[in-house]
Design a protein around this ligand. Structure first.
Ligand SMILES: [Zn+2]
Length: 147
């Protein structure tokens, strides 16, 4: 089991790692890397509660002082129990796919068939996710980490 230098993992998190080294990390099924990443995030975030998982960019599962496991943005805003879909607590904007900002002309979807659903953090207004989905489609729940 390889144990990568913290500098390498830090560069990965900061998107500074060269692609050939990213490929090396991706192809190496190093089970210890998860703990390294969590330790680095724990230091970066400065939270006293343990970071249990990284959901995606900006979102983490944290165990609070009361023992609850919640999804939390790096700004501190919480989205409730980690097993629930955090998107239910986010600010949502349903963008017309033909508004000309994302897709233009023939590249834009028919708004009667598709919307671009954007999810923003209510604490810091960071764009957290975008779903191009059929109109009326429920929020996609990407995954529930096994903790
Ligand atoms: Zn936030």
């Amino acid at each position: 089991m390889a144990n990568y230098a913290d500098d390498m993992i830090t560069d990965l998190l900061d998107r500074k790692l060269p692609l050939d080294q990213v490929y090396t990390l991706q192809s190496d099924k190093d089970l210890g890397r998860r703990d390294q990443v969590l330790a680095l995030w724990q230091r970066r975030l400065g939270w006293t509660e343990p970071v249990l998982a990284v959901i995606q960019e900006h979102l983490f599962v944290v165990e609070t002082a009361s023992g609850e496991r919640v999804t939390r943005c790096d700004c501190g805003a919480e989205f409730g129990d980690y097993r629930a879909n955090w998107k239910e607590e986010a600010l949502v904007y349903e963008r017309n796919p033909r508004d000309g900002e994302i897709y233009v002309g023939s590249h834009a979807a028919d708004p009667d068939w598709q919307i671009l659903r954007e999810f923003y953090c209510p604490g810091c207004a960071t764009l957290l996710d975008v779903e191009p989905v059929p109109v009326g489609y429920p929020f996609i729940h990407s995954f529930i980490p096994e903790l």
